[in-house]
Design a protein around this ligand. Structure first.
Ligand SMILES: NC(=O)c1ccc[n+]([C@@H]2O[C@H](COP(=O)([O-])OP(=O)(O)OC[C@H]3O[C@@H](n4cnc5c(N)ncnc54)[C@H](OP(=O)(O)O)[C@@H]3O)[C@@H](O)[C@H]2O)c1
Length: 258
């Protein structure tokens, strides 16, 4: 029988969160710190990260930050080794979350924008996942959570490049899970629908939000706190027999017309 009090605890673990300067990544850094993990926040906007770390430390948490650009393999290697020095040991959890949106009609999309979306959402997540998995496989212990999107499961207007990049990341999650299961590394995907963050603001700006809400059976945009249960399940020992899963948290959106 599991100990219910400690089932979702992250005490004794260290977590690396990419894209932690805002939105879901920042919230998950706060969540994992509250669950007892040492957290390392990573992204490009260093001044934002420093302010978040200062606030987390003031609340009594063990937090630090590293600059990271996931499009640059050297930056990934440097950020990972700096993070391990900062936590004083190996990283147990990667929340592989850095990403960008690109909303444009298929016929108007430009090659450089398609490259940018794939460079960050797919190649960046691939390279950071690979960096994390090397040490985790050696130690035969680790959990990687790739942040995908319901756009990777269902077609949606304006979403050709973004949706394809997230569909590729779902496929990558499953292949990583298959290759790494025997090495003690779990790899799962967290699949949010629509959540109110800076990224979501682009839908509001384009006047797409009203129609979007009509297609969500629960008739509301998600709040980042509503990702907490699924995130802790995948990060903690509560999910110790889970790998290759794609956990959808979307108010029922994939059941409806996108
Ligand atoms: N909000 C939603 O409705 C929703 C739904 C489904 C999936 N998602 C996914 O959730 C993840 C987080 O998005 P969000 O909604 O929280 O949006 P957000 O607030 O815009 O966060 C995106 C994060 O990614 C980081 N980032 C972007 N490019 C980067 C790069 N080259 N290197 C390192 N970090 C980079 C940004 O930090 P810097 O700019 O400081 O580098 C930022 O912290 C994304 O993967 C997104 O696709 C979001």
């Amino acid at each position: 029988m599991s100990n219910i009090q400690s089932l979702f605890s992250l005490h004794g673990k260290a977590a690396f969160i990419s894209g932690a300067s805002s939105g879901i990544g920042l919230h998950v850094a706060e969540l994992m710190a509250a669950a007892g993990a040492k957290v390392v926040l990573a992204a490009r906007r260093a001044s934002l990260l420093e302010a978040h770390v200062e606030r987390l430390r003031a609340d009594g948490h063990d937090a630090s930050c590293v600059p990271l650009d996931v499009t640059d393999p050297a930056s990934i290697a440097q950020a990972w080794s700096q993070a391990e020095s900062q936590v004083g040991g190996p990283i147990d959890i990667l929340f592989n979350n850095a990403g960008v949106i690109y909303t444009e009609r298929f016929l108007s999309q430009q090659a450089e924008d398609i490259d940018r979306v794939f460079d960050i959402n797919f190649r960046g997540a691939f390279l950071l996942g690979q960096q994390a998995a090397k040490g985790m496989a050696e130690r035969r212990n680790g959990s990687i959570i790739n942040v995908v999107s319901t756009s990777g499961l269902r077609a949606g207007g304006y979403m050709t490049s973004y949706g394809a990049s997230k569909a590729a990341l779902i496929s990558l999650t499953q292949s990583m899970a298959l290759e790494l299961a025997g090495k003690g590394v779990r790899v799962n995907a967290l699949c949010p629908g629509n959540f109110r963050t800076d990224m979501h603001a682009s839908f509001e700006e384009k006047g797409l939000e009203e129609n979007l809400i009509k297609r969500i059976p629960m008739r509301r945009i998600g709040e980042v706190e509503q990702l907490d249960g699924a995130t802790l399940l995948l990060a903690s020992d509560a999910g110790s027999y889970m790998t290759g899963s794609v956990i959808v948290v979307d108010g029922g959106q994939v059941l409806s017309w996108m």
